[in-house]
Design a protein around this ligand. Structure first.
Ligand code: HEM
Length: 532
């Protein structure tokens, strides 16, 4: 292993082996034959049909015909950059994860920001959650922190994710709208799903229209588990804090930019890095004792709740700098495969039922999106440390595995790759031996039942201007909902439980009578203030 392992450029150096620069080279086919004419196909006579034997044209068209891969089922629109993570305050009391162990230690990272709802070609400045996915190429394997720019989520259980995403995506009959949350299926679902109240409020706030990726916070959302060298475990929430501060657009700017410069965030990230204005974040941890999982008035396993920083301050352990743009969008950004299940020794999962379902979903979707189980061999996904096992074959295998046996134990190739004793004494991954007892049952824990207190807290913590933006956002988005009973349900059954004044202000804008028990019909379609 000749890699300089503290070297923040190590990933870029690894990628160099795969970079190709055709400047000044001869044009060839994929089998290396030099091409004499790239302008004309081979035909029978000047005006005759094209010949099947034209292997040069056939190869070119075939490759082109197969250029597209499926876009991500969510977070399809995104942009990424290389950089490094540097430890400022080692967290050895909390975790034996090597990349957090020493002040000044640097680990290469690749970070992809995204919107959630829109397709690959959609606009950047839409009202939406932003993905914030970080791949740390650590000495002990890849650790992916696959987070968002908001600290909570819409649902509590992964089994609801396909329902939620079907409601968020364009409607099935006409694929409208392609880039906004303002439509009947979204509001139908969330108005019937009170656990979404808190997160929907965040998405109606200015956080959902960031001015730039560099101005966004990032959150791991779930409680994770850290394990230290003594085998002690704590629950932890991950936070990214932008050095540039949190800053948002106003709605009018966001809408205009979506038309005038749909690449606004992508371009900003790219140009800042090209100019040397490197975006930077602090990584912070909120650390909780497992015994306290239910002592905050909510359950630490519930992903619709955040831990107030007044109760548990954020301890900053490092910083992250993005300082290099990718060379090729497809090869790097599009083929990057982030997965919440990519952890290293010292980091483990909690029983958050959303987290648990995600552990299945990412690899599953990448098997389809990246064409089989060898996507870890794609340069951007390769770990920096060596990787060896008895997994074999499948489409697009790059490694040429030597040896006569691909199983263990075996008595033919004695020197097969061996297990490593568990961390921290050696580096083998060992799951935290959490005692688990329970009855097999489909149930939502009663400790997940309070859907509104934190939403109320969020709303009341806003300044008057921010509250006005939230009222305007609900009013604008709900005014696009055609079925009046859905508008009314969101106002009366969700907003009224967050804060009666919020409900009243939105109701007034939408012409909803809060005292009426009649179900509104389309004939009585409310007039929406033209200012909205
Ligand atoms: C992307 C599933 C919740 C953050 C994805 C993808 C899937 C998925 C299938 C596409 C991955 C790919 O094609 O490579 C789920 C499921 C969830 C869930 C089943 C809940 C049960 C969340 C939550 C967060 C999140 C709570 C934030 C904490 C992301 C991000 C990406 C993503 C950032 C984009 C990664 C990238 O840039 O490539 N998710 N997700 N997801 N998800 Fe989730």
């Amino acid at each position: 292993d000749t890699l300089d392992r503290g070297n923040s450029n190590a990933k870029l150096e690894q990628l160099d082996q795969f970079r190709e620069d055709a400047t000044g080279e001869a044009l060839t086919t994929n089998t290396g034959v030099r091409i004499a004419d790239n302008q004309n196909s081979l035909r029978a006579g000047e005006r005759g049909p094209t010949l099947m034997e034209d292997f040069i044209m056939r190869e070119k068209l075939t490759h082109f015909d197969h250029e597209r891969i499926p876009e991500r089922v969510v977070h399809a629109r995104g942009s990424a950059a290389h950089g490094y993570f540097e430890v400022t305050d080692p967290a050895t009391d909390l975790t034996c994860a090597n990349f957090l162990s020493e002040a000044g230690k640097r680990t290469p990272v690749f970070v992809r920001f995204s919107t959630v709802q829109g397709p690959r070609g959609s606009a950047d400045t839409v009202r939406d959650v932003r993905g914030f996915a970080v791949k740390f190429y650590t000495e002990e394997g890849n650790f992916d922190l696959v987070g968002n720019n908001m600290p909570v989520f819409f649902i509590q259980d992964a089994i609801k994710f396909p329902d939620f995403v079907h409601a968020v995506k364009p409607e099935p009959h006409n694929e409208i709208p392609t880039g906004a949350s303002a439509h009947d299926t979204f509001w139908d679902f969330v108005s019937l799903t009170p656990e979404s109240a808190h997160m929907v409020l965040w998405t109606m706030s200015d956080r959902a229209i960031p001015i730039a990726y560099r101005s966004m916070q990032g959150f791991g959302v779930h409680s994770f588990r850290l394990i230290n060298a003594e085998g002690q475990s704590k629950l932890v929430k991950f936070h990214w804090r932008p050095k540039a501060g949190v800053c948002s657009l106003v709605w009018d700017e966001a809408q205009k930019l979506a038309g005038k410069d749909p690449d606004f965030h992508r371009r900003g990230l790219w140009e800042d890095i090209e100019r040397g204005l490197y975006p930077e974040w602090e990584l912070g941890l909120q650390v909780m004792d497992e015994e306290d999982a239910q002592s905050f008035g909510f359950d630490l396993l519930d992903p619709t709740k955040l831990v107030p920083e007044e109760l548990v301050p954020v301890r900053v352990v490092g910083r992250m700098v993005l300082n290099r743009n990718p060379d090729n969008f497809f090869a790097e950004t599009e083929q990057a495969a982030f997965h919440i299940g990519h952890v290293v020794p010292g980091i483990d999962f909690s029983n958050d039922p959303l987290l648990q379902g995600r552990l299945f979903s990412y690899t599953d979707t990448q098997l389809l999106r990246l064409g089989g189980p060898n996507f870890n061999e794609i340069p951007i996904n390769r770990p920096l440390c060596p990787f060896h096992n008895n997994q074999r074959d499948a489409p697009h295998r790059q490694q040429i595995n030597r040896g006569r046996a691909s199983y263990e134990p075996n008595s033919i190739d004695g020197n097969w790759p061996r297990e490593t004793p568990p961390a921290p004494s050696a580096g083998g991954y060992a799951s935290y031996p959490e005692p688990v007892h329970g009855t097999k049952i489909r149930v939502r824990s009663p400790s997940f039942a309070d859907h509104f207190s934190q939403a109320t807290m969020f709303w009341r913590s806003m300044s008057e201007t921010e509250q006005q933006h939230i009222v305007d956002a609900y009013s604008f988005e709900l005014s696009k909902v055609e079925r009046l009973y859905i508008r009314e349900r969101q106002v009366k059954e969700i907003l009224a439980h967050i804060d009666p004044l919020l409900a009243l202000r939105v109701a007034q804008n939408l012409g909803i009578d809060l005292d009426s028990t009649e179900t509104p019909t389309l004939e009585g379609k409310a007039q929406v203030s033209p200012a909205l």
